[in-house]
Design a protein around this ligand. Structure first.
Ligand code: SAM
Length: 286
């Protein structure tokens, strides 16, 4: 190992791993995984496969959403003893829609060293080849599972001028694209990236309805992992100029008055209670 990559005692290295193509693991990631004392990972069986491929044998410590707080104590103990550790997730960069945030937050609060070993993440990989504006974007991760929650989240993003980036699974991809068409309209340009860096890597571009048609044409196109990117609103109305009645009428088609009022309050900064009254009035008139 070069002196630049010599490990520092008492450090947790956040190591990015491939999102499909094993050749995307960086040289430094291999060196770090080969040199640390313990590797913390999301799923030990999954990480074991990667380590077998690298010919690396290390003690593994599972860290996932359900045990992260208790594991944090153990990691702090290991690091305080001068050990070196790596954190990996099942794919891509840890903490990006993956476990690790409470752990890293706690280590920083304790004054311990956390050092990134950068590599692949599906967001940046998808954006780099999508052909949509990348000068400003907002990463929204996964939308809520329930359709009502997804509608509510999308409604709050209607005015967003930056490119929107979402993660989605094969179970909800079509329904999500349909809900996005309802929220953002049928003219917005979008791009869906599927199975990035893998054998069946595909990009689908066009308006949201165009992309739905492409995916519906062949069920195989609905399989795998997806990144959904939608251009931002190129003509966002300043909140003060939004026609409140029109906005409420549209939101009330999808949401109960309380949720509609909460979204309008978020967008305008106006009083939630007053907006709730207005929502009830408008609903009464409909
Ligand atoms: N930490 C990862 C990263 O840095 O991208 C993301 C983990 S998140 C649990 C998994 C989601 O990322 C998938 O459901 C999908 O939306 C996206 N994703 C991961 N790998 C992908 C790939 N090869 N192609 C398309 N999307 C991918």
């Amino acid at each position: 190992m070069t002196s630049a990559s010599r490990l520092q005692a008492g450090t947790l290295y956040i190591v990015a791993t491939p999102i499909g193509n094993l050749a995307d693991l960086t040289e430094r990631a291999k060196q770090v995984l080969n040199s640390v004392d313990v590797i913390a990972c999301e799923d030990t069986r999954h990480t074991q496969k990667l380590l077998q491929h690298l010919g690396v044998r290390k003690p593994l410590l599972s860290v996932h959403d359900h045990n992260e707080r208790e594991r944090t104590e153990q990691v702090i103990h290991h690091l305080r003893q001068g050990q070196t550790m790596a954190l990996v997730s099942d794919a891509g960069t840890p903490l990006i829609s993956d476990p690790g945030f409470p752990l890293v937050q706690a280590l920083r609060a304790e004054g311990l060293t956390v050092s990134p070993v950068p590599g692949v993440s599906a967001i940046i990989t998808a954006l780099s080849a999508a052909g949509l504006p990348t000068d400003r974007f907002t990463f929204e991760g996964f939308l809520p599972h329930k359709a009502g929650g997804r509608r509510e989240k999308l409604a709050a993003l209607i005015q967003e001028p930056r490119t929107l980036v979402f993660y989605e699974s094969k179970h909800r991809i079509l329904e999500t694209l349909q809900l996005m068409t309802e929220a953002f309209g049928s003219e917005r340009k979008a791009c869906v990236a599927r199975e990035l860096t893998k054998t069946f890597e595909s990009f689908y571009s066009g308006t949201l309805p165009d992309i739905i048609t492409q995916l519906q044409a062949d069920e195989d196109q609905q399989k795998g992992e997806f990144v959904v990117m939608v251009t931002g609103n190129s003509d966002p109305a300043p909140a003060s100029e939004v026609d409140m009645d029109k906005l409420f009428k549209r939101l009330l088609e999808e949401l109960p008055p309380k949720k509609a009022a909460a979204i309008v309050a978020d967008l305008t900064g106006d009083n939630k209670k007053a907006l709730y009254q207005k929502a009830l009035e408008i609903q009464g008139k409909a």
